[in-house]
Design a protein around this ligand. Structure first.
Ligand code: CO8
Length: 392
């Protein structure tokens, strides 16, 4: 069978159909040997690296819990059974020593790349580098390391407005869909502020339609970030109350600038409002139930050293070393096979994510009911006034 015909039969990308096990679909990356990639869209039986089919057999059989995945073909045989489909195997068109690209589902494909050097903070000129910048968030992807730098740049305080949240979700989606990207470092371009949390003005005196749209955007941002397949590192270079803290908590690792003036926490109670259950779940997953309960009830904002003690952040470093440290942590996390790390992350976070997905509409209704109450509106207005007074 001609390679082109086979490629058409099994799909444009050369991959079989979707796997019924969704957790398997989410795992996007297999460890890749330092070999150049071949773009030939055919299956192969060539003895690459002496491991049989290097793209499928060792990793898929080893890690896949998918009952529909059975690789009946030992290396060198003529048929692979993937997701219940018999896939004819052709001889690889690649020259010896070249790793065929074709056997992996497209989402698992990644260009071979060196790991980021701890001494080379992402974001500094490295070729090739792609960036996209919207009004409120700037993203720079260093394709050679697979690490993106996402900087919040919405002065004065990076508050999470509807526009900000929409940009945030779109930026995450773009990176998630970019095969060249494996990890993202999230930080702020606004001095002394990581993010001041949800934009309170979005929750004051607006219509039900607006509250619905706003809250859906908050949910969307969290679902994308907390459920991301990428390695996510928060480089917290300023204060990070409430929603800002949620952003940091949703990452895989938090490094904070060693400045006692910077504080972080879910301080909703101080505003007279209540952190939703999924804020709370995310918090509990990081610091444990007792610390979360006390901190939430008191609406505590923890200065950086205290946040470290509580486990709310993983490390403190001098501000000037923050990016260097974030790059080093990223390199450490990216040294692991993505598929194993991603499946583990899914295992740890799935229950919490699923809970919101299952109750999303109810959660929106609750938010609207709560925020529309005159007493809550009053609390929010008073809080905003207090911020202004404090300033003057
Ligand atoms: N939303 C809107 N505007 C804000 C916010 C905010 N979250 N935070 C600050 N601002 C405004 C201030 O009012 C001020 O406006 P203006 O210049 O017009 O007077 C401007 O930003 C600058 O603020 P500051 O002068 O206070 O700036 P500082 O650098 O001195 O301080 C801080 C920065 C530390 C971030 C400080 O502004 C602060 O503490 N802000 C409040 C942070 C906060 O409490 N956020 C909680 C938001 S609620 C949330 O995220 C989760 C809600 C969960 C939903 C619950 C269901 C109802």
């Amino acid at each position: 069978m001609a390679a082109a015909t086979l490629a058409r039969r099994i799909g444009r990308s050369g991959a079989p159909g979707p796997c019924p096990d969704r957790s398997l679909q989410r795992a996007r990356h297999v460890p890749e040997p330092p070999l150049p990639l071949c773009a030939a869209r055919v299956f192969h039986v060539s003895p690459c690296r002496g491991l049989g089919c290097p793209c499928i057999l060792p990793e898929w059989v080893g890690v896949s819990p998918c009952p529909a995945l059975s690789v009946q073909s030992a290396f060198g045989e003529r048929t692979l059974h993937l997701w219940g489909c018999a896939v004819p195997v052709l001889t690889c068109l690649c020259p010896p020593g070249v790793l065929p690209l074709c056997c992996r589902p497209p989402a698992w494909d990644r260009a071979t790349r060196p790991l980021p050097s701890p001494l080379q903070p992402p974001g500094l000129p490295l070729a090739p580098c792609r960036s996209f910048s919207n009004n409120k968030i700037q993203v720079e992807l260093d394709e050679s390391s697979g690490v993106a730098m996402m900087k919040f740049k919405s002065p004065p305080v990076n508050s999470l407005s509807l526009e900000f949240l929409t940009e945030f979700s779109i930026s995450l989606e773009k990176l998630e869909n970019n095969r060249a990207c494996r990890g993202v470092i999230i930080t702020s371009a606004v001095p002394k502020i990581f993010s001041s949390g949800l934009d309170i003005t979005e929750m004051c005196g607006k219509s039900v339609e607006h509250y619905t749209e706003f809250w859906r955007a908050v949910q969307e941002m969290w679902l994308r970030l907390y459920g991301s397949n990428m390695v996510t590192v928060a480089a917290v270079n300023g204060s990070s109350p409430a929603g800002g803290c949620l952003v940091a908590l949703s990452c895989d690792y938090r490094i904070m600038a060693e400045n006692p003036k910077f504080s972080i926490g879910l301080n909703e109670a101080q505003l007279g409002i209540v952190a939703p259950f999924w804020f709370k779940d995310t918090f509990v997953n990081v610091v444990g139930h007792r610390i979360a309960e006390r901190s939430l009830q008191l609406g505590s904002l923890h200065p950086a050293p205290e946040a470290l003690k509580l486990g709310l952040v993983d490390e403190l470093v001098p501000e000037e070393k923050l990016m260097e440290k974030a790059a080093a942590v990223m390199a450490q996390w990216l040294a692991l096979p993505d598929h194993a790390r991603q499946l583990t992350k899914t295992m740890m976070r799935k229950a919490v994510l699923d809970r919101l997905v299952a109750h999303r509409e109810e959660d929106i209704k609750n938010f609207i009911t709560f925020v529309s109450k005159e007493s809550i509106q009053k609390s929010l207005r008073m809080y905003m006034e207090m911020l202004k007074k404090r300033k003057s």
